[in-house]
Write a protein that binds this ligand. Structure first.
Ligand code: NAI
Length: 719
């Protein structure tokens, strides 16, 4: 697990060998410990080089070992032995030095990196901190402020940035290993003490306390309840204020708390779930391993509204040629201006040139005849979409894939109007489509495995987390959102304010509460959908009382708000008041409070005190309950799929793992009991009726989340 060779007569070359990323498993740690000891003892050896096999230095700890009892030599003394030894050690960093890999490199006396290498301490993204001296050595090497930035965000930096920061000593376009071996020979005999980071003082600005306080305030705000970033600041503070050994002690104490926390478990679950959702399968036996994506080079986007623009930008950023289509010259020009501006803005941020050459615009569908894949993003209107799909089916080449970005319409109904239903799939992006990481790929009942594989693969090329889902109203994400929004509206009827509901959800960890989110999306979006569904507007059944629709409780509050001309951020007034149309700063609006009071009086509702616990339970347990139903219906393949949809598409706090993981953490019996309680209190709300799957799981002793699939009964599975 660590190969030992002697090169150039006097250099011991230690190569980590644990494919694919040379993770620091127990065997690798043992290998390093033994080979370093051997090199230190061998009088012929004057210096050492540590590198990784296959062009990767080291990807860090082996996360799979976290769940097992510790075995093999621990990292801290292993790295200390390298640093304390009296022979110079050079790290040859190719590919990546992440986490424990970078901590190992920091224990070396010199670091040489290849220009394509990246380094970083991403532990915080797993709910942890770099606990093999990373929080103590990095600040001593690069100074307090840059170390706080890297450790609290977990961001990776390029070799060039690492050189600028002082993390590495040299960068080369040639072989980092060859240069490191040469370097190791040159530094023999030079004083080693100044190269031992544990002996240094952390370079600090004059106002250390001020910097630490300011950073802590920013980190707390960003963390939205996550503990790890806060512990990272505390550990780095120790590097600035305590001697090395005391700092190490602090690092270990903080790590011990994080390591056993539910947050770390949630974030590590997310790490594996994110990878697992890429491996899809269908009941037909097709799966990601046996279904090849077809190469796609020319893509078209139909409709350059909010979504079409973002999708176009995402495609161009991935280096793909895009033909963008609008209905008329005026719309086309507006779309063109917006897309070009977005691409320029993005390129400016990255110090790159915008690839405007990849963009083509037209209002003539006939120009689509050579396109490989089309993504439709016109208004959410079934009749219009059917018309568009009919036309696409006749103008596009016979084997072109036809994809729809619908947020919830029936993909099968669209496929049925084409001559190639097997090439139709949903590609449901999230706004803003060039930023949000989630892509729901919707498998229609006739979609071919090749179409699914191609859409999943395209998502990956765009840097998205693609999740395969079945075809039903709202698919997985929006289907689950419906009971969540419904509960939020009911809470307003019963006595809450938008601020109370949003405050509770933001405290839970969402970046934005439900009403702020609705204002951001535009209140007219849901209004239009509800009108089409006959829930409001002229198609409502005249026999329905105002607060009942289709046999169940209904809150007309969002419709009434729209009728007042309050459409959200876009016109400066929604559930909140904004500084200007398009403004982002929400302030509570007394006229909304008055409107709610009048509404309650009109409908004879006596308002009651609603606490934050009720908000969280009613909104989130209703959403989770629908998640269980989606699992049983075979719309979501597994709980991980739902969780990744919520983490990457809906702002669910990662440190709470996703709704289904959270349900397991809270305890399924508790979720069930609370749903039963609320269902009793609100018998007219069927969404609160606990799902049969939840009941089955509880009756079976609440098995862990990785066993839930064994309890699914899927007579009509779509996946
Ligand atoms: P939008 O109203 O901003 O844009 C629609 C665009 O389509 C307009 O520019 C319109 O001129 C154009 N268009 C209409 N008919 C056309 C035709 N026959 N040919 C070419 N262009 C045509 O709508 P938005 O928000 O971009 O939504 C588009 C689709 O994406 C809808 O199906 C929506 O449900 C879905 N979606 C929307 C999300 C959102 O947050 N806005 C999120 C995810 C999906």
């Amino acid at each position: 697990m660590a190969r030992y060779e002697q090169v150039q007569g006097t250099v011991a070359l230690i190569t980590l060998t644990n494919p694919p990323v040379n993770a620091l498993s127990a065997a690798v740690r043992l290998g390093i410990t033994e080979t370093v000891t051997r090199a230190l003892r061998d009088p012929e050896v004057k210096s050492m080089v540590i590198c990784g096999e296959n062009g990767v230095f080291c990807g860090g700890a082996d996360i799979r070992e976290f769940a097992k009892p510790m075995s093999g030599p621990p990292l801290v003394p292993m790295i200390a032995a390298i640093e304390e030894g009296e022979k110079p050690v050079v790290a040859a960093i190719e590919g990546a030095a992440f986490g424990g890999g970078l901590e190992l490199a920091l224990g070396c006396h010199y670091r040489i990196a290849h220009s394509k290498a990246r380094v970083g301490l991403p532990e915080v993204t797993l709910g942890l901190l770099p606990a093999a001296g990373g929080t103590q050595r990095l600040p001593r090497l690069i100074g307090l402020a840059p170390a706080l930035d890297l450790i609290t965000t977990g961001r990776h930096v390029t070799a060039q940035e690492a050189l600028k920061l002082g993390i590495v000593d040299q960068v080369t376009d040639q072989s980092a290993l060859d240069l490191a071996i040469q370097f190791a020979q040159q530094v023999v005999g030079q004083p080693l003490l100044p190269r031992k980071l544990s002996t240094r003082q952390t370079p600090c600005p004059p106002d250390v306390d001020g910097l630490l306080e300011e950073t802590m305030a920013q980190v707390k705000q960003r963390a939205r309840g996550a503990m790890a970033p806060i512990a990272c600041v505390q550990a780095v503070r120790a590097a600035a204020t305590l001697p090395y050994q005391a700092g190490m002690q602090k690092e270990q104490e903080l790590m011990a708390t994080l390591f056993h926390s539910s947050q770390a478990r949630a974030m590590q679950y997310c790490f594996f779930a994110q990878r697992a959702v890429g491996r899809w399968s269908l009941s037909s036996g097709a799966h990601s391993g046996n279904s090849k994506p077809r190469p796609v080079s020319k893509v078209a986007v139909i409709g350059l509204g909010t979504m079409g623009r973002g999708i176009t930008v995402a495609l161009v950023k991935a280096g793909m040629s895009v033909l963008a289509v609008e209905t008329n010259k005026k719309q086309l020009e507006i779309g063109k201006q917006m897309v070009s501006a977005m691409l320029k803005h993005d390129a400016q941020k990255r110090n790159a040139t915008p690839r405007l050459d990849l963009l083509h615009f037209t209002i003539d569908l006939l120009e689509l005849k050579n396109t490989d894949l089309i993504i439709e993003a016109v208004f959410e209107d079934m009749a219009l979409k059917k018309q568009v799909f009919k036309e696409l089916s006749s103008v596009c080449k016979a084997d072109a894939f036809l994809c729809t970005n619908t947020s919830g319409l029936d993909v099968d109904e669209l496929a049925a109007v084409t001559k190639r239903p097997e090439l139709v799939v949903g590609m449901h992006f999230f706004a803003p489509a060039h930023v949000m990481k989630l892509l729901e790929v919707v498998h229609g009942s006739r979609s071919s495995p090749e179409a699914v594989a191609t859409a999943m693969h395209l998502g990956k090329r765009l840097g998205k987390v693609s999740v395969l889902v079945g075809n039903c109203a709202g698919f997985v994400g929006n289907r689950m959102l419906k009971p969540y929004l419904e509960q939020a509206n009911f809470l307003l009827e019963e006595g809450a304010t938008p601020e109370l509901v949003d405050g509770a959800l933001e405290e839970f960890g969402f970046p934005m509460g439900v009403f702020k989110m609705s204002d951001l999306s535009g209140l007219d979006v849901g209004w239009r959908i509800r009108k089409e569904a006959g829930l409001t507007g002229p198609n409502v059944d005249p026999r329905d009382p105002p607060r009942r629709r289709q046999g169940r409780r209904y809150s007309p509050l969002p419709d009434l708000v729209c009728e007042q001309g309050r459409l959200g951020q876009k016109n400066g007034r929604g559930w909140y008041l904004y500084d200007k149309p398009g403004g982002r700063v929400a302030t509570p609006d007394p006229s909304i409070h008055k409107f709610l009071e009048e509404y309650r009086i009109k409908h004879g509702i006596s308002p009651r005190q609603i606490d934050r616990q009720e908000v969280v339970e009613r909104c989130l347990f209703a959403l989770i309950n629908e998640g269980f139903r989606s699992l049983d219906d075979g719309i979501a393949a597994g709980p991980e799929d739902i969780d990744m949809i919520y983490v990457f598409g809906y702002g669910w706090p990662r440190h709470r793992g996703g709704p289904m993981f959270y349900a397991g953490m809270v305890g399924l019996p508790r979720v069930l009991t609370r749903l039963e309680h609320y269902r009793q209190a609100h018998p007219e709300v069927p969404h609160l009726e606990p799902s049969p799957l939840l009941r089955r799981l509880v009756a079976s002793g609440s098995p862990p989340i990785n066993k839930w699939r064994d309890f699914l009964q899927r007579p009509h599975s779509q996946l």
